[in-house]
Design a protein around this ligand. Structure first.
Ligand SMILES: NC(=O)c1ccc[n+]([C@@H]2O[C@H](COP(=O)([O-])OP(=O)(O)OC[C@H]3O[C@@H](n4cnc5c(N)ncnc54)[C@H](OP(=O)(O)O)[C@@H]3O)[C@@H](O)[C@H]2O)c1
Length: 214
């Protein structure tokens, strides 16, 4: 599968390496031509391009930009280039304001997630929330001992969620499908929870697992 990653930060780079490892073709998109060159030489095997070209070429996309720039970045991709495509949304709606005692501030409310805003703005794209509540170091081949951690996903399109599930299972996750886009109201704040031990005590090596009674 040819994945295009919109964004060039730590998440984009970790996922690009994972996608290559599991046999996918990867184009990493950045607005910055110099970053494109640096990434192409830093990660052997990827292609790089601007946002519109990345979105146009790829069969499916991963959105990995700063949450406050997500709408803008998709606009830069061009609605026509993302129409009908899966967009795995790894973003979090983190405010620029500093955290309160280790608790991040969000610019969304519990009645509207960032992913719903994106889905409403681009109704012909198929958003699936994933990867937002785990640090980039653990996104691919998470190693937490004998048990697999759980990746919570949601989105409106069943085929897109099935494609996302295949990728997550390749990467070593147990997948918990929590339903349609409004479930992102619950999944996005898991990022706040995940970050608290890091913010307060510098501990970033954990993941969530949903325990189920047999
Ligand atoms: N860091 C983690 O471990 C982690 C874990 C889970 C989820 N997340 C979420 O994943 C996303 C990416 O995180 P990150 O740490 O890799 O990077 P980041 O520093 O949050 O974002 C970097 C990316 O944002 C893009 N960007 C910034 N301003 C922009 C604008 N005005 N228009 C378009 N694009 C813009 C940049 O694009 P250019 O390349 O064009 O400059 C760059 O690729 C965030 O939403 C974050 O909350 C992060």
């Amino acid at each position: 599968m040819h994945y295009g990653i919109i964004g060039s930060g730590m998440v984009a780079q970790s996922l690009a390496k994972g996608l290559l490892k599991y046999g996918h073709r990867v184009t990493v998109g950045s607005r910055d031509a110099q970053k494109q060159l640096e990434l192409a030489s830093a990660i052997e095997g990827i292609e790089t391009a601007g946002f519109p070209e990345t979105a146009e070429r790829a069969e499916a996309l991963i959105l990995a930009v700063k949450g406050s720039a997500a709408l803008d970045a998709l606009g830069q991709c061009g609605a026509g280039n993302i129409r009908g495509k899966l967009i795995i949304d790894a973003t979090n709606p983190i405010e620029a304001a500093p955290p309160t005692q280790g608790v991040l501030k969000f610019f969304t409310t519990l009645d509207e997630s960032l992913m719903e805003r994106l889905q409403n703005a681009f109704p012909e794209a198929h958003f699936v929330k994933a990867f937002n509540s785990i640090g980039n170091a653990h996104m691919v081949d998470p190693d937490f001992g004998a048990e697999k951690p759980t990746m919570f996903i949601c989105g409106n399109d069943a085929t897109s969620k099935a494609t996302t599930r295949v990728l997550l299972e390749q990467f070593g996750w147990e997948v918990e499908d929590l339903g349609s886009a409004p479930s992102a109201r619950a999944i996005e704040p898991l990022c706040m929870l995940w970050c608290i031990p890091g913010m307060l005590e510098g501990r970033w090596n954990h993941a969530f697992r949903l325990l189920k009674k047999p």
